[in-house]
Design a binder for this molecule. Structure first.
Ligand SMILES: Cc1cc2nc3c(=O)[nH]c(=O)nc-3n(C[C@H](O)[C@H](O)[C@H](O)COP(=O)(O)O)c2cc1C
Length: 325
């Protein structure tokens, strides 16, 4: 089994990938949160900051670009290739309406002619291997059905499928029949993405798709840091989790502090994570509330340290607050 860390803008940037891979060996690979394509041939280091080698210590990662026009992809693709990133992932999944309306992310799927121009140019003008991360469509799942013959004309490295519609955002459940269709019809190897929130959910999916080798986990690892490890290695003792969590937390804090210069931003980022981390604890609402009231990073560090030592843990984290883009 090969496990990919999903791109989650705001959560799975280099600071998380580094801290995570320091304590857990569970992910084989990651796709970085998207960078926007754009005009201009010069690529400033700030634009690819998440991908700079000095910010990426361990977990192998592929960059992702969102956009629609080849001339806006090519300078960035070439720059990333020369810098050492041999594979480029294209985002055809983002459901955010303001993005999709501009024919980007999942809003691009309904336009095979635009995708054809993009892929033709990329395959002829850049050396990067190309993979795509895609939903079923924006409004209709037939969108991917119409697109597949075109995708099959190109030697794509991989097709990562989150089997939902963009217009559904994160509602309902992934459409497993549609995913099965993609596996049957795609010439490129297919990776599954969507709603792997527990070991049991993973088992159900594996029973459904016994030949499927590559799986991607996104929100599941933020809800439950230990999930990918447990999927790969079996149950982890609660006492081991209680020991590991403060170590990981410290590493994450240090990474966030290195990455973000203003202490207000560092504090806000850690608070955001705790919206999910708190769910490992019995008194999760109270814990989250108390942490959101801290006003300085010092106050936050002191309180989170105390809570991690004293608060009782649940057997399973509560997963009741949908995380969305
Ligand atoms: C907050 C958030 C940010 C996301 N950012 C990206 C992104 O930058 N690129 C992308 O392809 N998908 C992005 N996604 C989609 C995820 O990669 C993933 O496909 C989706 O969440 C379903 O998988 P999951 O249920 O394992 O999270 C994002 C999702 C969320 C919730």
């Amino acid at each position: 089994m090969i496990l990919y860390l999903a791109p989650l803008q705001g959560y799975t940037e280099a600071y998380f990938r580094n801290a995570y891979s320091k304590y857990f060996d569970s992910f084989d690979h990651a796709i970085a949160p998207f960078i926007s394509s754009g005009r201009g041939d010069t690529i400033k280091p700030t634009r690819i900051r998440d991908l700079l080698h000095e910010n990426n210590h361990k977990m192998p990662v592929d960059p992702q670009i969102i956009g629609k026009y080849a001339p806006e992809f090519i300078p960035l693709a070439r720059h990333l290739y020369d810098y050492g990133y041999k594979t480029l992932n294209i985002n055809m999944g983002c459901p955010i309406v303001s993005i999709a309306q501009k024919m980007r992310g999942s809003g691009l799927i309904a336009y095979p002619e635009v995708i054809e121009m993009l892929l033709e140019k990329l395959f002829s003008e850049v050396q990067n291997e190309i993979s795509i991360k895609i939903r079923l469509g924006f409004y209709e799942k037939d969108e991917i059905k119409s697109l597949m013959p075109l995708l099959n004309k190109f030697p794509l490295k991989e097709l990562i499928v989150h089997p939902r519609l963009g217009s559904h955002m994160y509602q309902g459940t992934p459409d497993l029949d549609a995913f099965e269709w993609c596996v049957k019809k795609s010439k490129a190897p297919v990776v599954y993405s969507g709603d792997i929130f527990s070991v049991e959910a993973m088992e159900v999916l594996r029973a459904h798709f016994p030949k499927q080798e590559k799986w991607m986990i996104g929100r599941g690892v933020i809800y439950d840091l230990f999930l990918p490890w447990e999927i790969k290695h079996g149950p982890m003792k609660k006492t081991d989790k209680q020991e590991l969590f403060p170590l990981f937390h410290q590493a994450l804090l240090e990474e966030v502090m290195n990455y973000r210069s203003r202490s207000r931003n560092q504090l806000n980022k850690m608070k955001e994570y705790w919206g999910y981390f708190s769910r490992q604890f019995e008194n999760y609402q109270e814990i989250h509330f108390k942490l959101t009231r801290t006003e300085t990073l010092d106050e936050f560090v002191e309180l989170s340290g105390k809570l991690m030592k004293t608060e009782p843990w649940r057997n399973r984290p509560i997963i009741d607050r949908p995380m969305s883009e």
